[in-house]
Structures are given as C-alpha cells and as structure tokens.
Design a protein around this ligand. Structure first.
Ligand code: SAM
Length: 358
C-alpha cells in the first residue's frame, strides 16, 4: 500500500491546490490568537492587527486575528467531503492590554465560526498540558479576590461537515483493518486526556527549542485523532502544518496527508523527523499490540477472557469489530516533487521467542 504526503509552502487562506470534496479529515493547530508568540505572524496577515494591539484594543485585535483564521475555515468547508471531520487543537489566551487582564476565549470563537459555516459541533476533548509550576501564580498571589486561574489545558474541537455521517460499502477492509482495540476506544473517546505524551513518549525526536518555537503538538494527538476519525486510504489535511507532526502521524497510521505551511524552513525539520519513520511506525504498532496484551492479561487475572480472536495477530479481542485490526509499518520513503511517497506493509508480529530475547 502506498500513501502520498503533499507539502505546500503556501498560504492556506486559499487552498488552491486542494480540490473540492477531496479530504476526509482535517487535523490542525492554528496560531492561537492573542498569544504573543503569534502577534508578528498575524500582523503580517493583516497590518490592522498591530494597530489594534498598540492602541490596547484587545477585542478588536482578537476579532481581526480570528478573521484571518475564518478564511481558512471557509476553505475547509469546501475541501472536506460531506460527513468529513475537522479536529482543531486550540487553547485560550490570557493577556494584559492597556492595564486590563482578561481571557480571550479562542475555543468559543472557533466553535462559533464553524457553526456559522454549517458544521455540526461534536463533543470535544480537553487535554492537559504539562504543568509549568513557575507560571502558577497570576494576579495578586495569596490575597483575594484578584488572583487568576492558570490555563493548563487545550481543546481539540471536533466538527462534522454537513449533517450526514460518511457511509462505506458493507465489510470494507480499509475500515475494519483500521479498527482500534476496545480498551483504546475507552481511553481515546473520553473527553479529558491527561496522558497524551505517555504512549509515544521517547519515540519523538523534536528538540525542545524547536517544539517551543513552532508550537508543535505531541505526536500522540494527531495519531489518536487519525485513528479515531479516518480509515486507511483517507487523506488528512493540516492547513497549519508547522513541523509536520500531522503528516508524521499520517505516515505511522497509513493515511495520506496534505500540509500547508508559510515557513519553508520547517521542511528541513520535517526531513529530520522522518529519517527513522520506519522504526517509529513499527514501534507505534508494536506498542499498541503490547499494551493490548497487558490489558488481556489484566482481564484474565480478573477471571474474564475476551470473546474473539484477532485474525492477523495471535491475541484475543473483546468484540467482533476488532477482529480484523491490522497495523501498517513504513517500508520505504521516497522524496517526490510534491512531497513524499511512502510504501507501507502490514505490521508483522514479533514471534514470542524473538521478543523474549530482544
Ligand atoms: C501552532 S503552529 C502548528 C504546529 C504544528 N501542529 C506542529 O506540530 O508542528 C501554526 C503554524 O501555522 C503556520 N501558519 C499560520 N498562518 C498560516 C497560513 N495562513 N498559511 C499557512 N501556514 C500558516 C505558522 O507558520 C505555524 O507554523
């Protein structure tokens, strides 16, 4: 199976290279309005934003920044298939302007924008960022009433394009092989994620300074969302691609991807990140299988045996729907004019004896 990963150094306010109804999933994290690290970028998109900030008019700056994001949301409505899903990772901003401190509720403004464009909001996810204790106290410290709560969470807002769900031919392999385990479903489809760096921790290779400068999200976020909301053969679009975490996740998950990014320097960061994507994709699949085996052991210890056998791996599963689950690993990566072409093969089990001696 081959997937393609198209990369465009271009402005996503017009997704000229993406055809109508050609994308099944969007996973992205825009620059967050009213967070200072993105002021210059927004000011380049609309110079009126600098004037609003300089004159201390936070509400006008907030609205003008969102007006730039709105243009991208317009395009998503066009390129997403009916029933396609958009997952938008965004955090709110706190800021003092003109001596006045307040929160700028980006998540509410983005939700409003998607609803206005005919998307149906679906239940969202809140994930906890690692706490930064140095920034804990905001406002008047230990004396009431003028201290402020510190924001330590971000949102993954989830929207469906149009009213109907996507349909598939009965028994479609690309859907059943893309199944997730029962216990993964229970963990992933909860509305608060607290351990998003847990599962794939140590497998990522983005230096901390690059992560900070680029606003990169943990690989676990797009990887889970891809597994939850797309099937093999689908295409995921990230209109704010940054260091390409979404495309890296798509390579590991066996999906196609398209990325739009203004900064061409991130292409080299991405080339470094995928230098060992074959090993990464294998580790991701094997880690999922290992965690599933641990889950089965815990069930057995409680005297409960899962009822079905997986067809491609030597392990029981809880439901019939999981039985055709099959991971993909990357076998070869080729640089193309448009981005990358990736050859995937089904992930094979490590025979017990080999995994024991490893
Ligand atoms: C929050 S970062 C995304 C980080 C990314 N999720 C990652 O893991 O590296 C937002 C990115 O959007 C890019 N960007 C902002 N406005 C854009 C536009 N109109 N078109 C294309 N890229 C844009 C910025 O340059 C920045 O790299």
């Amino acid at each position: 199976m081959e997937t393609t990963h198209r990369l465009l150094v271009d402005d996503s306010r017009t997704l000229t290279a993406v055809a109508d109804d050609s994308v099944e999933l969007v996973v992205t994290s825009p620059p967050y309005p009213m967070i200072e690290m993105w002021d210059d970028l927004f000011a380049e998109l609309d110079p009126a934003i600098s004037s609003a900030l300089e004159s201390g008019n936070g509400q006008a700056a907030f609205e003008a920044m969102h007006a730039q994001l709105d243009r991208v949301w317009d395009e998503l409505e066009r390129v997403l298939v009916d029933g396609g899903i958009a997952c938008i990772n965004v955090g709110d901003a706190t800021r003092t302007l003109d001596d006045s401190f307040r929160v700028y509720p980006n998540h509410a403004r983005v939700t409003d924008a998607f609803e206005k464009r005919g998307f149906d909001p679906l239940p969202d996810i809140l994930w906890r960022k690692p706490a930064n204790s140095a920034a804990k106290f905001m406002g008047s410290g230990m004396i009431p009433p003028n201290a402020y709560v510190t924001l330590e969470h971000e949102y993954v807002l989830i929207f469906r394009n149009g009213g109907d769900r996507r349909t598939f031919e009965p028994g479609a392999d690309r859907r059943y092989e893309a199944a997730y385990f029962w216990e993964e479903r229970n963990r992933w489809f909860t509305d608060v994620w607290t351990e998003v760096r847990g599962e794939l921790q140590g497998l990522e290779n983005v230096p901390d300074d690059v992560r900070e400068r680029s606003g990169a999200y943990p690989l676990e976020i797009p990887y889970r969302l891809l597994c939850m909301y797309s099937t093999y053969g689908d295409t995921v679009l990230d209109p704010f691609w940054g260091t390409g975490t979404t495309s890296l996740a798509a390579m590991c998950a066996g999906r196609n991807s398209i990325g739009y990014e203004l900064e061409d320097g991130f292409l080299d960061v991405f080339a470094d990140r995928i230098s060992d994507v074959d090993t990464l994709s294998r580790s991701v699949g094997r880690t999922r299988l290992e965690r599933h085996r641990e889950f089965v052991e815990r069930r057995r210890a409680d005297g409960e045996e899962p009822s079905y056998e997986a067809s491609h791996y030597d392990v029981p599963v809880m439901t019939k729907m999981e039985s055709d689950i099959r991971f993909r690993e990357v076998e070869a990566v080729e640089r193309t004019d448009a981005g990358y072409a990736v050859e995937h093969v089904p992930l094979e089990e490590v025979p017990e004896s080999r995994s024991d001696s490893a």
